[in-house]
Ligand binder design. Structure first.
Ligand SMILES: *[C@@H]1O[C@H](CO)[C@@H](O)[C@H](O)[C@H]1NC(C)=O
Ligand SMILES: *[C@@H]1O[C@H](CO)[C@@H](O)[C@H](O)[C@H]1NC(C)=O
Ligand SMILES: *[C@@H]1O[C@H](CO)[C@@H](O)[C@H](O)[C@H]1NC(C)=O
Ligand SMILES: *[C@@H]1O[C@H](CO)[C@@H](O)[C@H](O)[C@H]1NC(C)=O
Ligand SMILES: *[C@@H]1O[C@H](CO)[C@@H](O)[C@H](O)[C@H]1NC(C)=O
Ligand SMILES: *[C@@H]1O[C@H](CO)[C@@H](O)[C@H](O)[C@H]1NC(C)=O
Ligand SMILES: CC(=O)N[C@H]1CO[C@H](CO)[C@@H](O)[C@@H]1O
Length: 460
């Protein structure tokens, strides 16, 4: 639960740092009734960067030293959490860390108070910051209550906390950077590495539903920018009839689905049921292989209507063109839907391509169509999964229970194929059922034996 505390401090710190040299700066926190303040903090951060453009620099040494103090407090917090993690004592440690962080919180609050009284000049700003802190504190107390009923999940929260602390210190260095790639272009040319897992959660149904997919809509509808989606194959590990939504990553980790399910059809399976794990959400619609057909289905979550696209004759479906490794194949992985900076793609294979990977770009529109198709020389059964990033197709293979390798790439701009990518991903569990790249934050989301794991993709 404390991860919110850290995020809030981070937001606040960024806020004060960003805004320290200004004279006046109107930053309003929209106090909606959402269960988690994550979204709110995002808004603050957005507004902070907006404010930034109006700021004229002005030195205030005392203020800066206080900010430096805050920064040190944050790194201390980081250390404390790391120590506690080493001393992991089963259930107790989640609770202990809550107290320690609470104390840190208090100290940081004191620093903020000092900050408040430092100069008249910054009065408005700090009052605003304090108000925001108060609001957040209220939210935090609400969450605290909630957490006492969810003690078992404390450990997950701590894992995520570590991730957020790292993000936080990154943010300290880089200030507020735009996360959205520039429209129409793609600066990310060469994938050089992926990080260790940054997010790892068993989610709402620990250990259940071994097959599925999750991620973040790269072109979300307004107000749903921080939403995450989850599709679990609830019937026979093959079929699903709904998309489950979470208003933030935190609510997904904690396992609170606030918007809940959007159902495709009450029966499962039936026409247009989701078949197989490799689905994506894009522009408020789920793209997937639908039941018993060589079709891409598009389910509009707003209108709840399905439009379909039949793939070329000879397309392998109904578990006849799967991803595999030496030991076994992943059932019903005939169609792998993918998103990148430019839209939606589908990866599949056909009889006439002798089982090699085929890649098609989807044209959105009234009904989806195929814009263009590329043929590769990599055998689909030698691949465990694929994803797209910046117009480049990447394929993975199974090395062992701990490691998966991104070994292959196909550049749709140059047509160049590479078989020696050699990027290794450390796994949290042996099998990756789906991989989705999120161009919004360059995260690679993996669904692994009912766990949800994210890696940050590093580009050269
Ligand atoms: C604040 O949040 C509410 C509820 O989400 C929304 O209706 C309203 O438009 C928001 N106000 C602003 C100024 O963003
Ligand atoms: C930012 O602040 C403005 C007013 O300063 C407010 O209208 C808006 O809702 C806030 N949030 C965002 C996301 O812009
Ligand atoms: C911050 O300063 C303002 C103006 O002096 C004061 O009204 C407010 O109570 C202070 N807030 C805190 C938390 O000390
Ligand atoms: C932040 O900058 C400091 C000093 O330049 C560096 O030591 C530290 O590793 C950086 N942290 C991150 C997360 O980049
Ligand atoms: C890629 O990242 C992993 C872990 O994140 C690291 O161990 C490895 O050295 C990196 N490889 C390269 C070539 O930078
Ligand atoms: C879903 O339907 C709405 C209403 O007709 C439309 O505005 C929106 O573009 C559709 N989304 C997709 C992805 O087709
Ligand atoms: C709560 C609070 O103090 N809000 C202030 C934030 O800054 C604006 C613009 O300077 C003030 O008008 C608000 O009163």
């Amino acid at each position: 639960m404390k991860l919110y505390v850290i995020i809030s401090l981070c937001a606040l710190l960024t806020f004060t740092q960003q805004a320290s040299p200004l004279e006046t700066c109107a930053c309003e926190l929209n106090n909606s009734e959402k269960a988690f303040p994550h979204e709110k903090l995002r808004i603050v951060e957005t507004n902070v960067s907006d404010c930034n453009s109006n700021i004229t620099p002005q030195k205030t040494v005392e203020l800066e030293s206080l900010l430096l103090g805050l920064e040190h407090r944050l790194s201390q917090l980081n250390k404390d959490v790391l120590i506690l993690e080493k001393e992991d004592d089963g259930e107790l440690y989640g609770v202990l860390s809550l107290y320690v962080i609470e104390n840190e919180m208090t100290e940081i609050k004191q620093l903020i108070d000092k900050l408040n009284s430092t100069t008249q000049q910054h009065q408005i700003l700090t009052a605003n910051a304090t108000k925001q802190l108060e609001n957040l504190k209220k939210e935090m107390q609400e969450l605290e209550k909630f957490d006492t009923m969810q003690v078992i999940k404390g450990q997950q929260a701590i894992a995520a906390l570590k991730v957020d602390l790292h993000k936080c210190s990154e943010k300290l260095n880089t200030t507020v950077a735009p996360t959205e790639p520039p429209q129409g272009t793609c600066a990310r040319s060469r994938l050089v590495n992926v990080t260790e897992p940054k997010v790892y959660t068993k989610g709402e149904y620990p250990g259940s539903y071994a097959y599925g997919a999750w991620g973040r809509d790269p072109r979300p509808e307004k107000g749903k920018e921080s939403w995450y989606w989850l599709v679990m194959l609830t019937l026979s590990n093959v079929h699903a009839n709904y998309v489950r939504l979470y208003s933030s990553l935190s609510s997904l980790i904690i396992g609170v689905s606030v918007p809940g399910n959007v159902q495709i059809h009450s029966s499962n399976p039936t026409t247009n049921t989701i078949q197989g794990p490799n689905n994506v959400l894009y522009g408020g619609a789920l793209y997937y292989n639908c039941y018993n057909q060589d079709y891409v289905c598009r389910f509009n979550l707003t209108t709840k209507s399905v439009t379909t696209l039949q793939l070329p004759k000879g397309t392998r479906y109904n578990s006849k063109g799967n991803f595999c490794h030496l030991e076994e194949c992943y059932p019903y992985t005939d169609l792998d839907l993918a998103t990148d900076e430019s839209g939606v793609w589908v990866v599949y294979t056909t009889t006439q391509d002798f089982g090699n990977l085929v890649l098609s770009k989807l044209e959105e529109g009234e009904t989806p169509t195929l814009r263009r198709t590329w043929r590769t020389s990599v055998y689909k059964r030698a691949v465990t999964n694929t994803f797209m990033a910046c117009g480049v197709l990447y394929a993975t293979r199974y090395i062992n229970r701990e490691v998966e390798e991104i070994f292959y790439s196909f550049n749709t701009v140059t047509g160049q194929e590479k078989f020696n990518i050699g990027i290794f991903m450390n796994k949290m569990s042996p099998n990756i059922q789906s991989l989705n790249y999120s161009p919004v934050d360059q995260m690679l989301h993996a669904y692994c034996d009912s766990n949800m794991v994210s890696y940050k993709v590093l580009f050269g």
